[in-house]
Design a protein around this ligand. Structure first.
Ligand code: WTA
Length: 639
């Protein structure tokens, strides 16, 4: 199903799915309660969020729920003292959760590890102590360049515990992308692994960090922690590189949890924007913790017996909110898998669901499209009866993919919860609850306390059924608290459409107030649920010796949703041929990593430009897809 087929189908989709009565009876939030929450949040949104904050533990409560005196730099729960890790670990040690499984991890070769809350707590403490002994403290940045391993979670929590700021960089990123992030964050330490397993192979990782550090800013990284995953040979630099196991061997099992101010940063997550430089989205302890805790608990109806599996990599925000922080705050068991979903064959995910009795399965449409292609013979081989809820995130899900998931994985019983949110929002914003009426392909309605709308470029609401720009009209607790080193770029979110947060998406609302997300409005591609800026790709192409000029657009892709097409004008002395295409693709992989999927490259004599010399991607896109030029809601290249 290509993207545009999807859009057409979205416009026609009229099916409605009701939750089974049993599910409604057992839900943590029943329909009357949801209505009561909406009413309360409607007339007293701050009271609503205050009540949500009361469910967590604080060292000191807030003076105020929201300080909006310096908008759009909103401050949530100012005056409070807390640490999210206290709510993820420390507080569970005092309860029956102490000996409950916090984390189940399965490696690609089939090895597995399990941690109770107590065990996780103790290992986090040892790593926290090790970090302190390496001179890391409150406010220092540490980059975690890791595949999905237990140590990835442990390092994140250990960093946050001592008040350091973590920035997890997806292990698929190139040395150059890693260096850019290390430099921007001015990181003092990197945590990595010798390698990891992917599709039956060992992927080296530590050597990429070594490469990134050559030419990284001089006063950045002075130590590296290396997890021994694959036992491959790596070069260790004396005095800089330490094996994880050696470092923590003699550390104590207890470690004080740093007392943080509400808006002390918890993590940076770099994401693509419309310029070549990725943006360091900042999330802070207090607001993030409240927003994620409330929305994850309500949307996924967390029960003490759940095994929660979100397939996202920890390198993305979904991995932060829905693999690590959300599930652990909720005291549930979170599951993580290291490897490729089709290794050794296309039933691996179902094998894991059956083996551990997964109850909640949260994934991305790209994954579903891929699994659909392999057909149901793989799903049928496994007992999937433990599943009770399904979820989707990252890109629009077509009604076909939705129904496939509902029917073949969910036995026509498990609601598919399509959650709309972003790196910037930190928490789920528009999403059903298990008790909601579902329309396949719709993210349904805003969660209580969230106000969204569809507007035109001037901020006027557009009528039901018409496409427009998705905006948020009120601040929410887990909102980013800033942009690392770049307050102006933060402000831009609130200035494109004055007084509102513009999310960058095009969407519409139907007669019932249900939202239907259609895709990005700006020059950001969504490849397999991963954001990547066209400008970033163009800059990478521009660094190739053969390229004179380049324009990149997104084109539909059956599996990945979207992929990149590049239009290239070569330098006069260069003869474009198939070899050059191969070389360019290789070059992009080196520059940006495998996330930047190039579907095709077309050589042109020139590119359409504005009078000011900007390449008009909109025109290229309209030509490519046979659309009217005015069809595409582009905010970036209006001139
Ligand atoms: C898209 C991922 C349709 C959207 C949590 C958004 C979605 C971007 C959905 C954020 C959804 C996310 N339906 N599109 N349920 N969820 N998106 O920052 O374009 O990696 O702006 O955060 O993904 O991607 P990000």
């Amino acid at each position: 199903m290509d993207q545009f087929g999807t859009l057409d189908n979205l416009l026609q989709e009229e099916r409605v799915f009701r939750p089974l009565p049993q599910l409604v009876i057992e839900a943590n939030v029943n329909p009357q309660e949801l209505e009561a929450h909406r009413r309360m949040a409607g007339h007293d949104p701050l009271g609503y969020w205050e009540e949500a904050a009361d469910e967590l533990d604080w060292f000191k409560k807030w003076d105020q729920v929201l300080d909006d005196s310096d908008a759009p730099f909103y401050k949530w729960f100012p005056g409070s003292r807390c640490n999210i890790v206290y709510n993820c670990l420390d507080r569970h040690i005092e309860t029956y959760n102490k000996n409950k499984l916090a984390l189940i991890w399965e490696g690609e070769p089939g090895d597995s590890r399990k941690y109770t809350y107590f065990e996780l707590y103790r290992e986090v403490n040892r790593v926290a102590n090790a970090l302190r002994s390496l001179g890391i403290g409150k406010g220092d940045r540490i980059v975690i360049y890791m595949p999905p391993l237990p140590e990835t979670v442990i390092s994140m929590l250990a960093a946050a515990k001592i008040g350091a700021i973590h920035s997890v960089v997806f292990a698929g990123f190139s040395a150059k992308a890693l260096r850019q992030r290390i430099n921007d964050a001015q990181a003092k330490l990197v945590v990595t692994a010798d390698g990891f397993y992917r599709n039956g192979q060992i992927m080296p990782l530590k050597e990429t960090v070594d490469e990134a550090l050559v030419g990284a800013c001089a006063d950045c990284v002075d130590s590296m922690i290396v997890v021994r995953r694959c036992k491959v040979g790596v070069d260790m630099t004396d005095g800089r590189d330490f094996w994880y196991e050696d470092l923590i061997r003699n550390e104590r099992n207890i470690s004080p949890t740093e007392v943080m101010d509400a808006d002390d940063p918890l993590f940076l997550m770099y994401t693509s924007g419309t310029t070549g430089q990725p943006k360091g989205i900042v999330h802070s302890h207090a607001g993030y913790m409240v927003g994620v805790h409330r929305t994850l608990n309500h949307v996924f109806d967390i029960k003490p017996t759940d095994i929660f599996w979100c397939t996202a990599d920890p390198g993305w925000v979904t991995g932060h909110s829905a693999v690590v922080y959300g599930p652990l705050m909720a005291g549930t068991t979170t599951l993580m898998y290291e490897g490729h979903p089709n290794y050794p064959q296309a039933d691996r995910l179902w094998n894991i669901v059956a083996k551990y009795g997964v109850t909640i399965f949260y994934t991305a449409p790209t994954m579903i499209r891929m699994l659909m292609r392999f057909g149901i013979q793989y799903t049928r081989q496994h007992d999937l009866s433990s599943l009770r809820l399904l979820g989707s995130v990252g890109e629009p899900i077509s009604p076909e993919a939705w129904i496939w998931l509902y029917k073949n994985i969910g036995r026509n019983e498990c609601p598919v919860l399509d959650t709309w949110w972003q790196t910037e929002t930190g928490m789920f914003m528009i999403s059903p609850l298990p008790i909601s009426l579902l329309k396949p392909g719709s993210v349904t309605k805003t969660l209580p306390g969230v106000e969204a709308d569809i507007v035109d470029r001037d901020g006027n609401p557009v009528p039901a059924g018409k496409g427009g720009l998705l905006v948020l009209k009120r601040p929410w607790p887990a909102m980013m608290t800033g942009m690392w080193n770049d307050p102006d770029r933060y402000r831009e979110y609130w200035e494109k459409i004055p007084g509102m947060y513009f999310a960058g998406d095009v969407a519409r609302k139907d007669e019932d107030g249900y939202f239907w997300i259609q895709g990005r409005a700006d020059d950001v591609l969504n490849i397999a649920g991963h954001r990547i800026g066209t400008a970033e790709m163009e800059a990478a192409f521009g660094a190739h010796r053969a390229v004179h000029e380049c324009g990149v657009i997104g084109v539909p892709d059956t599996i990945k949703g979207e992929a990149a097409k590049a239009f290239i004008v070569v330098r006069p002395e260069v003869e474009p041929d198939d070899e050059l295409i191969k070389d360019l693709k290789r070059h992009i992989r080196n520059e940006l990593g495998p996330v930047a999927v190039i579907k095709s490259i077309e050589f042109r004599d020139n590119l359409p430009k504005t009078r000011s010399g900007k390449i008009m991607r909109r025109v290229l896109k309209a030509e490519e897809l046979g659309h009217e030029i005015g069809d595409l809601t582009g905010l970036e290249d209006e001139d």
